[in-house]
Design a protein around this ligand. Structure first.
Ligand code: MIC
Ligand code: SF4
Length: 645
């Protein structure tokens, strides 16, 4: 029997566990990436491990999220990150150099390697034939310290792409189509492996758009073969020697096979407020647009922006529309400038932003009240743009460009514009001057780590107590994202200051949560979060576990969890439990007092866990899917405590 690309990559990096779906495996990590918003905490955790240098082949620290630098906090964080990189042998990509995933694709990603990153869109590098997985900062810190990365051995779905993308239909529409059929929940534990003759017609940046938004499906990662297209891309980056072929064997048996006819796709949009609320653009009807934002790690490549520029060339942006363009990297910006496209964008009235995440994470460019914003990014969760009553649609750069001109959501095929066919250049302008390489061991010894007043210590949990007496502090519905749990945007400047950031837990949906949680904690009770299906969708931010932990949350009881968030809860000693009967979920109420007796012993003996609802006078059994390793982390009060032991 043949092997898939996924199987080959896991087998060649396996250090623990058995390659059987559902089993926990540990793999050796070749590369890591961090970004500034998750990176400060990840490096504080790394420092707490007492290791003198990173043990990976390559680790990169990017600054791309909090680049607005209002107040001293962001700049202090960046200075801390730069000094840590110098101290421990890490590449440092400075603010302005670009979004981590775009730059990693251009300058560092290599077929056949493993990568974990403290950002959920790390699988973007799957476009190069890497096994690239998003994780919490602590898991990345552990990998930098030379520990394996543990995850559930996946089931692999083969996605066969056939035919050609018609004019105006793009890679974004491929992944929006998949989101429509697979949705944002129920895909935990799967890898999507792309193949079929249609793959050979997609460039690496187009593959990257598809792999990127696999994060929204909730899959472990997405992976493309490494073929001649990959080779050509690496050649255009002056990195031909980094190429190696990597394809699935003939006769490989997959757990599921999906076939997509590219020729039958059409322009799609994810409507408010979920990436899986997908409709054909032609069915949306008349919607007037106030803002168009083109950029983010999903769609900010040379091809994306050159296509947009060709559509806008010689025309002016609609008077109601604010058109914002954030190139994915300094390389993209310099290439579109070299080839004249930047001029068309400027002449059309585009507002050129820094090469950074920016609008995508609510750092600037919040839409007007009740406004409609069309974005090429990957998430339109409620409140993420910074304007709670805004309506955010996710579309391709082509649909976005046509909306910028016409002021409405329009099927671009109806706009009377000739489709511009943009080719990738043979060579990109290569200038790594904004990437500071690692120092020599002698130089490292002299480096002092710089800590501003915004940098606190990573908080640690207490070991698990024998019994838990707690209160249901909040009861939530389905598909609660980490943006709901702890907001991004202007609040992100407190990423290194947990005591302050914790004030904003659930701010978007229930601004009194943190006050209530603090009062419950002070009375000596545990806080318990109750949630529906697919709790913890979206980002990898471990702050969605650390801040609740800081407020005294000991248990999250949900109908189901998303992968990265569940791992983050365990890493910080919060117990993820699942409802076995949906009736128990519907019965439980906010404010109910719950008792769990002998929890520690029951976990140790792998026994059933029963929750007594004291308020309602009923008891019910709950489930858990923790491995022995994870149980030990919970019992120790988190991974930092366990490692100290
Ligand atoms: C996001 O897109 O939500 C982020 C901001 O990139 C996060 C990471 C973070 O919260 O810092 C992610 O996707 O993991
Ligand atoms: Fe940055 Fe947005 Fe990509 Fe997250 S999804 S890494 S915020 S561009």
């Amino acid at each position: 029997m043949g092997q898939s690309v996924t199987e080959k990559l896991i087998a060649s990096h396996l250090v623990a566990g058995k390659c059987l779906p559902g089993e926990e495996v540990g793999i050796r990590i070749d590369q890591t990436l961090t970004q500034d918003a998750t990176g400060t905490m990840a490096y504080l955790e790394f420092e707490a491990m007492g290791v003198s240098e990173v043990k990976t082949e390559l680790s990169v620290s990017y600054v791309d999220h909090n680049t607005i630098q209002l107040g001293f906090e962001n700049a202090d964080d960046h200075r801390y990150l730069q000094s840590v990189a110098e101290k421990f042998g890490i590449y440092f990509s400075r603010a302005g150099n670009g979004i981590c995933h775009q730059v990693h694709l251009e300058r560092f990603g290599r077929p056949g390697k493993t990568l974990i990153g403290s950002d959920s869109h790390t699988p973007t590098a799957g476009a190069l034939g890497m096994l690239a997985i998003g994780a919490g900062g602590l898991d990345v810190a552990l990998a930098m310290a030379g520990e394996p990365f543990y995850f559930t051995y996946p089931r692999v779905a083969r996605v066969n792409l056939h035919g050609f993308l018609p004019p105006w239909v793009t890679a974004k529409d491929v992944i929006l189509y998949l989101l429509k059929i697979l949705t944002t929940r129920g895909n935990v534990g799967w890898v999507l492996e792309y193949g079929g003759e249609g793959v050979g017609r997609l460039s690496v940046p187009e593959r990257a758009t598809i792999a990127n938004m696999g994060a929204e499906l909730g899959v472990t990662t997405s992976i493309f073969p490494s073929d001649e297209i990959t080779e050509k891309f690496l050649l255009s980056q002056g990195r031909k020697e980094d190429w190696m072929p990597l394809v699935a064997d003939a006769g490989t048996i997959y757990d599921r096979v999906l076939d997509i006819d590219l020729s039958a796709l059409e322009p799609l949009a994810a409507c408010p407020h979920s990436p899986d609320n997908v409709k054909p653009v032609r069915e949306i009807g008349l919607v007037e647009v106030d803002q168009v934002c083109i950029g983010s790690c999903t769609n900010s490549s040379y091809k994306d922006l050159a296509t947009v520029a060709s559509i806008l060339k010689g025309k002016k942006v609609h008077p109601r529309v604010s058109l914002v363009i954030a190139p994915g990297s300094r390389q993209v910006l310099s290439a579109i400038s070299r080839d004249g496209y930047l001029t068309y964008l400027i002449e059309a009235g585009a507002r050129i932003m820094e090469s950074a995440c920016g609008f995508c994470i609510g750092v600037g460019q919040s839409p007007p009240s009740g406004g409609v914003s069309l974005r090429t990014s990957n998430r339109n969760f409620y409140g993420r743009s910074g304007t709670r009553d805004a309506q955010v649609y996710l579309v391709s750069p082509e649909v976005a460009a046509v909306a910028a001109l016409t002021g409405k959501i329009l099927d671009p095929r109806e706009a009377g514009i000739t489709y511009p066919q943009v080719m990738l250049p043979d060579f990109f302008p290569i200038d790594d001057g904004m990437i500071i390489p690692p120092k020599t061991p002698q130089e490292r010894e002299r480096v002092e780590i710089i800590r501003g007043p915004n940098i606190g210590l990573p908080p640690v949990n207490e070991p698990l107590s024998r019994d838990i007496s707690g209160i249901v502090t909040i009861k939530l519905g389905d598909k609660i994202t980490t943006d709901h749990i702890i907001p991004g945007g202007e609040r992100m400047k407190y990423r290194s200051n947990i005591a302050r950031y914790a004030d904003f837990v659930f701010e978007v949906i229930d601004s009194s949560f943190s006050t209530r949680a603090k009062a419950i904690k002070e009375k000596g009770y545990a806080n318990i979060i109750v949630a529906g299906l697919s709790y913890g969708q979206g980002s990898s931010r471990e702050h969605a576990a650390i801040c609740p932990m800081y407020l005294g949350v000991k248990v999250v009881l949900a109908r189901s969890f998303e992968r990265i968030h569940a791992a983050n809860l365990v890493n910080f000693g919060i117990l993820p439990l699942t409802f076995l009967n949906e009736g128990d979920y519907f019965r439980i109420r906010e404010g109910d007092a719950l008792n769990i007796t002998d929890i520690k012993g029951r976990l140790e003996r792998s026994e059933e866990i029963v929750i007594e609802n004291v308020t309602q006078g009923v008891s019910f059994s709950v489930g858990y899917t923790l491995t022995e390793r994870e149980k030990n982390l919970i019992i120790a009060g988190g991974a930092l405590n366990a490692r100290k032991k």
